[in-house]
Design a protein around this ligand. Structure first.
Ligand code: FE2
Length: 226
């Protein structure tokens, strides 16, 4: 079984996660996927160490794509390895970071992953913590995503991203952010090229479900068909 959410933001939403009945129902070898802003790989000390320990002690695996609220300096210190067809950072035995532009085969379903987004707080100056340039994808990651989709004949079951294609922003009552535009346009290109069943993303701190996509925040979603 696969359950998804987004934007845990470390300690901010951790208590909700801990209380979740849906997670309590997950069994060994089930998957909990966080569509960015996991925010747990943040600091080597407590309380983050304890949060990592909590996820690592669960029976299910926690998989996450990165958002903009991650400590990329720490995240990128983990060695890159391969898992179920794509590149990952293995954070611990039960916690895995699914890297950008990869295709994974999990429970016989294929997933294209593409994390990253822009922290608006970087320009408003309302928080000094958002300083990582790596929060936005680099040219190599953009290219790798297209290359891996081509290798999969432009067909996957599910797409997992942190932010959304530009074409859906209006629909979810969001306005375009010029600093994130390149990524939103790239996701538009993917949306037009790819044959897929459903797209999951987070970032906007709202829960909306439409025909072809789900915006995740506090609610948890079972993967379509699960
Ligand atoms: Fe975000």
């Amino acid at each position: 079984m696969i359950v998804l959410t987004a934007d845990i933001h470390g300690i901010m939403n951790f208590e909700n996660i801990k209380k979740s009945g849906i997670l309590k129902n997950l069994r060994i070898n089930d998957y909990f996927i966080v569509c960015g802003d996991f925010g747990i790989i943040w600091d080597d000390s407590n309380p983050y160490k304890e949060l990592l320990g909590w996820f690592d002690s669960q029976v299910f695996y926690t998989l996450f794509i990165d958002g903009n609220h991650e400590n990329f300096t720490l995240l990128n210190k983990y060695p890159v390895t391969k898992w179920k067809g794509g590149k990952i950072h293995q954070i611990s035995p039960k916690i895995i970071h699914l890297m950008r532009g990869q295709v994974f085969e999990i429970e016989k379903k294929s997933f294209f992953t593409f994390g990253g987004a822009f922290s608006i707080k970087r320009i408003t100056g309302t928080s000094p913590i958002y300083t990582w340039q790596q929060e936005m994808p680099n040219p190599y990651e953009y290219k790798e995503g297209l290359k891996n989709l081509k290798l999969n004949n432009y067909k996957v079951d599910y797409i997992l991203t942190h932010t959304a294609p530009k074409k859906w922003l209006n629909d979810i009552n969001e306005i375009e952010n010029k600093y994130e535009r390149k990524l939103n346009q790239y996701l538009d290109e993917i949306e037009e090229k790819i044959n897929y069943k459903h797209w999951y993303f987070g970032h906007f701190h709202k829960d909306i479900s439409k025909n072809k996509y789900t915006v995740l925040y506090k609610e948890m979603a079972h993967l379509n068909g699960d």
